[in-house]
Write a protein that binds this ligand. Structure first.
Ligand SMILES: *Cc1c(COP(=O)(O)O)cnc(C)c1O
Length: 356
């Protein structure tokens, strides 16, 4: 059943931890704001949400999410404009994707308006935690997991939905080096690659570790069946500029996570009159274009990193160096545009921000 009630109980923390934070040294994802929102599902419905002090959870050792992985999440960012208004970037797209993840993982949906409303409430209460510094934001992490204390394989009857937030600095501080992976896979057709579900990340750790041992930050995943088509990069979608055109794998396949950042990159590029091809992209065409110097830009797109420009791409025993970061007209322009838009410095012409 879909949650439609908006009752929220609020229990405020007695002492804010905000003055304990080293705001000039914010590691990604290690600092947590004062409050979290918790909402439980049982007897076929969502109970009222509660905002409470951020604290540890108590769990039964048989909690089914831990054993069988019914666990999904989202990620988005909030910033403040000069007047102190909170700006959240396209949360309705995250709400929609959360619903799709729920469906794939047999978990109960939350109405998209309610999802966005709950985010606004928890962010509003901790709005002082939104950093003011350029490149910094408040990362918002909504997630849901199965809570039945039962050892057996079936969809859980009970769930917990939580939203917490983290003030964060930059995810990557320098351009990244990535390797085209031709053995391991992130997602297979018919699998759960399109869902933002926990196990996808567990499965990617080992191949990513091997790549890191070879000096790469991340992998470029290829399709599971033939390793012929480019899919995405680590936890980002991937975009190339080849022969002056923007080329990116289409999301028709259920093996690619449908990123809000990549969608926004494609929309703004089209708005600017850039030719965009969303289609199957073969490893062969990218490698040939790299060999011939026709790849003028390449970057990952995702909420955590926003735009992560790629410096080097490894393929088998070749290592291709891309043009200097200063020469990347397209990704530099998009990066600046998204950063300025999210912090309210320029007009929200495409109506992407939720403001309060
Ligand atoms: C979250 C995620 C992305 C990026 O999606 P955004 O909505 O832009 O943050 C891309 N790929 C994977 C596998 C992801 O988990």
């Amino acid at each position: 059943m879909i949650k439609d009630s908006r009752e929220i109980k609020i229990k405020k923390s007695l002492r804010s931890r905000i003055t304990d934070v080293d705001w000039d040294n914010l590691p990604f994802g290690k600092v947590f704001s004062d409050h979290m929102l918790v909402m439980d599902y049982k007897d076929g419905q969502w109970e009222d949400a509660e905002i409470m002090p951020f604290e540890d959870l108590q769990m039964h050792p048989a909690t089914s999410a831990i054993h069988y992985g019914q666990s999904i999440f989202e990620g988005m960012k909030a910033n403040k404009d000069e007047d102190g208004n909170v700006l959240i970037f396209r949360p309705h797209l995250n709400a929609k994707r959360f619903t799709e993840s729920c469906e794939r993982m047999c978990m109960p949906a939350i109405a998209e308006e309610v999802f966005v409303d709950l985010i606004k409430k928890v962010v509003d209460l901790d709005r002082d935690w939104i950093p003011n510094k350029p490149g910094y934001s408040l990362y918002i992490r909504p997630f849901m997991f199965a809570t039945d204390d039962f050892i057996g394989i079936k969809p859980s009857d009970t769930y917990k939905f939580i939203i917490f937030t983290c003030p964060v600095g930059a995810y990557y501080t320098a351009p990244v080096n990535v390797k085209i992976e031709e053995y391991y896979t992130r997602a297979a057709q018919g699998g759960v690659g399109r869902a933002k579900t926990a196990g996808n990340y567990a499965a990617s750790l080992y191949p990513a570790k091997l790549a890191q041992e070879q000096g790469f930050h991340q992998l470029i995943w290829t399709d599971a069946a033939e390793h012929k088509y480019i899919e995405e990069s680590g936890t980002m979608n991937i975009v190339f500029e080849i022969d002056g055109k923007m080329v990116t794998p289409s999301e028709d396949m259920d093996t690619i996570l449908r990123g809000v950042t990549k969608r926004s990159v494609v929309e703004i590029a089209k708005h600017w009159g850039i030719t965009v091809e969303e289609r199957k992209v073969t490893v062969e065409e990218v490698v040939n274009a790299l060999r011939e110097g026709r790849v003028t830009d390449a970057f990952g797109a995702g909420t955590a990193a926003t735009i992560a420009q790629i410096a080097k791409i490894g393929f088998r025993d070749e290592l291709f160096e891309l043009p200097s970061i200063e020469s990347r007209t397209t990704s530099n322009k998009i990066k600046t545009y998204l950063t300025d838009l999210k912090s309210g410095k320029i007009e929200d012409e495409l109506n992407w921000l939720v403001e309060f």
